[in-house]
Design a protein around this ligand. Structure first.
Ligand SMILES: Nc1ncnc2c1ncn2[C@@H]1O[C@H](COP(=O)(O)OP(=O)(O)OP(=O)(O)O)[C@@H](O)[C@H]1O
Length: 450
């Protein structure tokens, strides 16, 4: 089990919080198990982590031990004869090292174990479609390989376009769940009134428009992984509902009564600093703790500029690119400009610039003149285009309007008309972007990078 949030930093290590359950009295004496899972179940059923094979008085699912922000929690699973901690019957109670748990006629001793594992930067500069030679990226690759097989929740934090979705697919691919589905849900892109039914599903007639029942993302991810993109956008009132699903591993569809058990690994991503969001009262600390057993920080592209030539080289070598555009290479000058640019939209922006360049360059060599003006550093050149014949106030208003229109058009084009992404990249509130789109009657959906 992994403890406090682990932030990736080169030459770092992750603390693995394991615990051991050892049967010290009763017919199963001597059986034990140690694991780093977030919850361990014990009972007579063979599906438990610790199986009480011989104990006829133990229930099928007797108790479980959960790792929580306050320590290890012992939870009785509605057992017939009850769960006892150090002699007292409990429903939920915190364990201490050496605690004695009684289930049926067995006594089980609890022992927490801590293990510190060094995560070395990976040697390879490539993982599941991601490339990166920088220490920061190789450190991320090393961590992904280490934690993918463990069934723990992960939070991926990084600016827009840094590859959060790619990291989550890599974790899924390298995990024991790779044969199961991977379901992606963008919490920032779904209208607030639909998010609950998208997550948990709904029954027919649950709300106007629910003409038939539909499973939610958790049900669809059964046996696999759910990727909750832009988790920081999840409404505060829905956060306890998500927490309940994570704790109980069951969902109830909107408008439904049945409880559906779900076996899903959760990976969440956000561009926000959730610790700050917690301090500001926008994000629940208990949900953050439950999800951020491992916290992967993806560095922005400007902090790993050395990866730029590598990413471009890989993209140019893609068979579809070679088929369509032939062999291409960047001139040293063009590459220099690309490496100097700030990349607010990170790798996604780099990919968009590449498709722009492939459309506009004819020969084999890509020159600075083929790059978009902002990358060439010319975006702010030239005098301000104001109308000197207008009164100051009107000239200023017109200039501002021109700026607003051009800015929003440009950011929406870069973000392929996606309002949430444009809001993130520009630092504007989504509502402000919507207001500007309306004011200038822009066709957001029709805006695509040329
Ligand atoms: N290390 C990398 N190597 C190669 N391509 C990458 C890398 N990181 C990201 N990309 C590419 O950049 C684009 C954006 O990646 P991705 O969608 O995973 O980012 P994201 O952080 O999830 O974005 P957003 O915050 O907007 O949801 C994709 O086209 C992806 O293939």
């Amino acid at each position: 089990m992994l403890g406090e949030t682990q932030v990736v930093d080169p030459r770092t290590s992750v603390k693995l919080h394991k615990c051991r359950l050892l049967v010290t009295a009763g017919p199963d004496t001597g059986r034990s198990m140690a694991s780093d899972k977030e919850r361990l179940r014990c009972g007579a059923h063979p599906g438990n982590d610790l199986v009480l094979v011989e104990d006829r008085t133990a229930s099928r699912h007797h108790f479980e031990v959960q790792y929580t922000e306050r320590g290890y929690l012992l939870v009785d699973l509605n057992s017939t004869n009850g769960t006892f901690l150090d002699g007292r019957r409990i429903e939920r109670a915190y364990l201490s090292p050496g605690s004695q748990i009684r289930a049926g006629s067995s006594v089980i001793t609890f022992a927490p174990l801590e293990e510190e594992v060094a995560v070395e930067p990976d040697r390879e500069g490539e993982l599941c479609g991601m490339v990166g030679q920088s220490v920061k990226m190789r450190q991320v690759f090393g961590l992904i390989k280490r934690i993918a097989p463990m069934d723990v929740s992960v939070i991926i934090q990084g600016e827009t376009g840094t590859g959060k979705e790619l990291v989550s697919s890599a974790i899924h691919e390298l995990s024991g769940r790779k044969k199961g589905p991977m379901v992606v849900l963008d919490c920032g892109a779904i209208p607030p009134n639909l998010i609950e039914s998208e997550l948990f599903g709904h029954e027919k007639g649950a709300f106007t428009g629910a003409v038939s029942g539909r499973p939610g993302a958790f049900e669809r991810a059964q046996g696999g992984t759910i990727f909750l993109d832009e988790l920081g956008e999840l409404r505060l009132d829905l956060q306890p509902k998500l927490l309940r699903v994570l704790e109980n591993r069951e969902v109830r569809r909107v408008g439904g009564n049945d409880v559906i058990e779900v076996d899903v690994r959760v990976i969440a991503a956000t561009h926000r600093d959730l610790v700050k969001e917690i301090a500001a009262g926008n994000f629940r600390e208990d949900l953050y703790f439950r999800l951020s057993v491992i916290n992967i920080q993806l560095p922005p592209l400007r902090q790993r500029r050395d990866d730029i030539p590598l990413i471009l080289k890989q993209a140019l070598a893609e068979p579809e690119v070679v088929d369509k555009h032939g062999r291409k290479r960047f001139s040293a000058e063009a590459l220099g400009l690309l490496m100097a640019y700030a990349w607010p939209g990170n790798v996604r922006e780099l990919m968009n610039v590449l498709s722009h360049v492939l459309t506009f360059s004819e020969g084999e060599e890509i020159l600075p003149s083929h790059l978009p003006p902002r990358v060439r550093g010319q975006a702010r050149e030239g005098p301000l285009p104001f109308n000197e014949h207008l009164a100051f106030k009107d000239a200023k208003e017109q200039l501002l309007e021109n700026f607003e229109r051009e800015y929003v058009t440009s950011v929406l084009t870069r973000c392929e008309g996606n309002l949430s992404r444009a809001a993130r990249e520009s630092g504007l509130h989504r509502k402000s972007i919507e207001r500007l789109v309306k004011k200038y009657q822009l066709d957001a959906k029709g805006l695509k990078p040329r």
